[in-house]
Structures are given as C-alpha cells and as structure tokens.
Design a protein around this ligand. Structure first.
Ligand code: GLU
Ligand code: ZN
Length: 309
C-alpha cells in the first residue's frame, strides 16, 4: 500500500476542466475551474481542457469560444489543445463495441413515461433506480432504443479527496445505466471515463453534484482496465434561496461578472469562497498558488449573496 501511495505522489498530476458549452459560464463553473487549476498546478502538474459537446442539440461552438475567452481572461491557462468530444465518436464507438461484445449491455425501449411509472425513488438520496425492465426483452427490430450497461450487485468503495469514504451498490442504488441515448448520442457516464483515461487524467475535481456518479465511472474504468483517477469533489455555490447556481442566475454569469469586476477581483472573491483568503482582496490565480490547500476548502455548500464573500 505504502509503495502505491508513493508512486502516486511521484507521478505528475494531470487535472482537467470539462465544461459543457451550453451557455455562458457562471460563478459556479469558474469556481470549479479555479480549484481544479490550483490543485493541478500547485503540484507542478498539467491542466487540460475538454469541451463536453456530446449533446449536439444544446452545445454551440460560440459558447466554447466564450468559455475559452473567459478562462484566458481569468488567467487560467490550459495545457495543450482543447479536446472536443464531438470529434471523438470513433473512439467511443470502439469502446462501446467492447462492452457490447462482452454481453454487458442491452437495448432499453422505455419511454420517459415508462421510467416514471416503474422507477422508485431511492430511499436515502431521492435518486431513481432503473428496475431492469428491458433486461430480458428480446431485441425488437426497428424500434429506437437506448443502450444500458449491466451493473453488478456489489459495493463499490472509493475515497473522495475532499468528502472521504463512500460505498455504493450500483445494482441497488443506481440500476443498469444508459451509455448511449436513444437518439444515438453518447452518454456522459461512458465518455467521461474514456476521455479521462486516454488524456492521462489523474485527478478529477468537480462539483459535488457528481459525487454519486463516481462509482458508475469507476465501474466503467474497471471494465476497460483503466486506472482510477483520484476524485475530489467541491461544495456547490448556491443562491440565497439555497438553490445551486445555474444559468438562470444571470447576474452571476461571466458576461455580467466581467462588466462589474476585474479578473483579480473575481479570483479574490472565489478564493475567499474557497476559504483560501479571509476577505475578497484582488489577487491573480498564480499568486494564489502558494496559498492553496484542500484543508481550507469548506465541505458545506457556499451561499452567494451577489459579489460578496
Ligand atoms: N460536462 C460535465 C459538466 O459540466 C463535466 C462533469 C465532470 O467534470 O466530470 O457537468
Ligand atoms: Zn427499459
């Protein structure tokens, strides 16, 4: 065990930011960008950018251009060329086929209404579990189907770098999950794993809304024989109503933030929310590097009352 840990410490750390270009970034997105950048760069590592544009209906190049402009404005430079998921379909196809050939998948014909009628909310976290309705159906030629991955009835353990130990039984708490949508689009849970592995990502920093996706992703990684990245989840930024910040909170999107503040002011505000500064003084991302430590970052969600901290 000891040896393994040392290996991990010696290996260069590779972090990443993986936004979906479906709108202008907001404060919550750049909080995540800053912390994943600080985490990778404070260890002398690389920080990669992946544009998660698999949802063709919602993604736009214009938003991808804006998000790169916003990251550059903030002083968060990424290493290498950005990777676009929309250009990697052949790679995904090849991994998808492997799962199919191993008999680990099946078509699911359920409509949204079917799912609502058969799913029961999981008692502890309100999530819904797919009951395996289509698992034993004979294939129905000509009917559009999503593809689900069969999950094992066993506990998957992992230790989040910020929220500690977790154990999830995928069969009981999630159910067989979708890896390709009915319209042929790739599912996030499949491609995120393939891309993180192929890009050599060792550390995944993202909002804690994805904490419970981690066991699904660890399972997919295990099926392909990929090493598991270290997951480090972040508290969410919430508005005064206690709801997670979203694209609806327009006063906190980058368009509005860039009109009202300078990049160092905004970095200072984020640093204060992350517990890295006692008050929101202006500071650059590079100047923050020596002050960064996960120990200062809260586990509780952070409430944002306009541009104060
Ligand atoms: N595109 C995903 C999102 O923006 C990325 C999730 C992840 O970092 O794994 O929510
Ligand atoms: Zn089904």
């Amino acid at each position: 065990m000891q040896e393994k840990k040392m290996d991990r410490d010696i290996l260069p750390s590779v972090g990443r930011f993986a936004p979906s270009p479906t709108g202008r970034m907001h404060l919550g997105n750049i909080f995540c960008a800053l912390l994943s950048w600080l985490s990778a760069k404070s260890k002398g590592g690389k920080w990669l950018l992946r544009i998660e544009d698999i949802d063709a209906g919602r993604s736009r190049q214009e938003y991808a251009d804006w998000l790169m402009d916003d990251l550059a404005w903030l002083g968060l430079e990424w290493d290498g060329e950005p990777v676009y998921q929309s250009q990697r379909s052949e790679i995904y196809e090849c991994y998808f086929e492997r799962l199919k050939q191993q008999g680990l998948t099946y078509p699911c014909y359920c409509t949204r209404a079917d799912l609502l009628a058969t799913q029961a909310p999981h008692e502890s976290d309100g999530r819904v579990v797919y009951r395996g309705t289509c698992r034993h159906l004979p294939p129905q030629a000509g009917r559009a189907a999503a593809t689900r991955l069969i999950v094992p009835d066993e506990e998957i353990h992992f230790t989040d770098g910020h929220y500690g130990d977790h154990s999830v039984n995928l069969a009981q708490q999630v159910g067989d999950f979708i890896i390709r949508r009915k319209d042929g689009a790739w599912a996030y849970q499949l491609v995120v794993v393939i891309d993180d592995a192929l890009m050599g990502v060792t550390e995944v920093v993202r909002g804690r809304d994805l904490l419970l996706s981690s066991p699904q992703q660890l399972y997919v990684a295990r099926l392909f024989g990929f090493p598991s990245p270290q997951f480090v989840h972040l508290p969410l930024l919430c508005n005064v109503q206690g709801q997670r910040l979203s694209k609806r909170d327009q006063s906190l999107d980058m368009e509005s933030l860039r009109q009202r503040s300078t990049a160092p002011q905004l970095i200072g505000l984020l640093a204060c929310m992350a517990g890295l500064l006692p008050s929101p003084e202006a500071i650059t991302a590079s100047e923050l590097l020596p002050l960064f430590s996960w120990e200062h970052v809260p586990c509780q969600d952070v409430m944002v009352k306009d541009l104060s901290c």
